[in-house]
Write a new protein. Structure first.
Length: 494
């Protein structure tokens, strides 16, 4: 077998995205808060970028300083009378110069505050939440005051470090023997003793290894407080699976308790916390910032605008532009400035194009979904992204990027823009109806059903058909799971 190396020429067409197009696509896909972070990062990296200030006219006005007699007096330094004259002058200082000087206790005021404007940086600092204490830090703070031996203390620290944010210890005790950073080995008795003590810390139920143990720890705390939780403890220890499957008659038969007593005990269990760690380590809630404002004026006309208040307007520094054009500027400096000016222009253009695209998309969406503004979710229509792409004159992928992570403020509340794009079906009258509307009708049917005889998926499909919406049983089951609605046997009330 011989291998030959040859050369040949050929022509072919390839599509390559220019860097500025890639940047425009990335900017278009960013939500408002991510865009703000991107702008902040670009302003730190690119010195030619500036924030546009509308009230700045570009002219610097010099103000002559007047010689003002402010009543300066020499400090009295006599030792007699304990410098009483000095302290008397200091006490009268703020009264004498109240309009010209701040008090000693008052913080210095910025130029924005002196002009009557709000200081945005100070507002941002004041509204920034303090970093929250983690569950591990919270438990370690309590563990430091527990009087135990060095071995138990080290084992307890190791256990605390392995507790997840829900408050559970998912690692088997038998595997902790060699996990200490100091390569110290722990015997089983030390680990069990440390775990018992850690489980006595707040919040109650922490360091449990499963749900049953978590609930039992909380019930034991209630029992020590003098509450009668014997039925609840029995249910947790033996019948958790039956409770999950809603088999209350079976539990009543095996325990000899009445259905009402069991229902009361289950209601008490529902007040326990299955994830006690989240009481301390609360998961951060994402901030929703509406980027599009939709309203209807007094004449009934649709108004779609962009909420630009939280996003600064960028421009390129004129001083750096002049330096980049000046032949007297060093060549390295000019090249550096020209490169950054090009980058800044791309960013400014990408942000402007992003605003135009999102506003055009939103305007076309609410022309179709106008009934939603008047009547609510039940009037949503099926709307494929391809339809809006054809009206705006862009690719479907551009529409997908334009609506990703974007929120719109309407007279009916704040909604994700993507919600208004969906498929649908037709009613018996031939009217288009979106899948969100179908899910709403399904929820309504389940809310109004007889809870002693809940409807299975076949019956739910029949009820929807009576309302003019014909869908398959498997579609009903799919939407029921999306809505977090349990099946009929778990919805039954005894």
């Amino acid at each position: 077998m011989r291998l030959n190396v040859t050369q040949h020429m050929g022509m072919q067409q390839q599509m390559k995205l220019a860097p500025r197009i890639i940047q425009a696509m990335e900017i278009l896909q960013l939500p408002m808060l991510a865009l703000q972070e991107r702008i902040d990062a670009e302003m730190e990296a690119n010195p030619v970028l500036e924030v546009t200030t509308d009230d700045f006219d570009g002219d610097s006005t010099s103000i002559e300083t007047e010689s003002i007699d402010r009543g300066e007096q020499d400090m009295v330094v006599a030792d007699d009378n304990g410098n009483s004259d000095d302290f008397e002058r200091l006490a009268d200082f703020s009264d004498e110069y109240d309009g010209e000087f701040a008090s000693i206790e008052a913080p210095p005021r910025s130029s924005a505050q002196l002009s009557g404007e709000r200081d945005r940086k100070l507002d941002a600092m004041a509204n920034t939440p303090a970093p929250s204490e983690s569950l591990s830090e919270y438990l370690m703070g309590q563990w430091a005051f527990v009087d135990v031996s060095d071995a138990v203390r080290a084992a307890g620290k190791l256990i605390i470090s392995l507790i997840d944010e829900d408050g559970y210890l998912r690692t088997e005790l038998s595997s902790l023997a060699e996990m200490d950073d100091s390569h110290r080995s722990f015997d089983a008795e030390t680990l069990r003793g440390a775990l018992t003590l850690v489980q006595s810390l707040e919040p109650v139920g922490v360091a449990a290894r499963d749900l049953a143990e978590c609930l039992m720890l909380q019930l034991q705390a209630e029992m020590q407080a003098g509450m009668d939780v014997s039925v609840e403890m029995l249910l947790v220890s033996r019948f958790l699976r039956d409770i999950e499957m809603n088999r209350l008659p079976r539990i009543a038969q095996r325990t000899g308790k009445s259905i009402e007593a069991i229902k009361t005990a289950i209601d008490n269990l529902s007040h326990l916390n299955p994830k006690p760690g989240l009481l301390i380590a609360q998961r951060s809630t994402p901030i929703i910032t509406p980027e599009i404002l939709v309203d209807i004026d007094i004449d009934g006309q649709l108004i779609v605008s962009m909420a630009d208040g939280s996003s600064p307007e960028l421009c390129i520094s004129e001083d750096y532009r002049r330096l980049a054009r000046d032949r007297k500027t060093e060549i390295e400096t000019r090249q550096f400035l020209q490169k950054n000016i090009r980058s800044a222009q791309w960013l400014v253009e990408a942000i402007a194009q992003r605003k135009r695209t999102i506003q055009r998309v939103a305007a076309e969406v609410f022309i179709v979904q106008r009934d939603f503004l008047d009547q609510g979710k039940e009037s949503l229509k099926p709307l494929p992204m391809a339809d809006i792409a054809a009206k705006v004159g862009v690719h479907v992928a551009t529409i997908s990027r334009a609506v990703s992570g974007k929120y719109v403020q309407t007279p009916r509340g704040i909604y994700p823009l993507r919600m208004f794009f969906s498929g649908g079906t037709k009613t018996a009258e031939g009217k288009d109806v979106a899948w969100d509307v179908v899910r709403g009708k399904l929820q309504e049917v389940i809310d109004n059903e007889d809870k002693s005889k809940p409807l299975n998926d076949d019956k739910l499909a029949e009820e929807l058909t009576k309302q003019g919406v014909t869908i398959a049983r498997r579609t009903v089951a799919k939407y029921r799971r999306i809505l977090n609605i349990p099946p009929a046997r778990k919805r039954r009330e005894f």
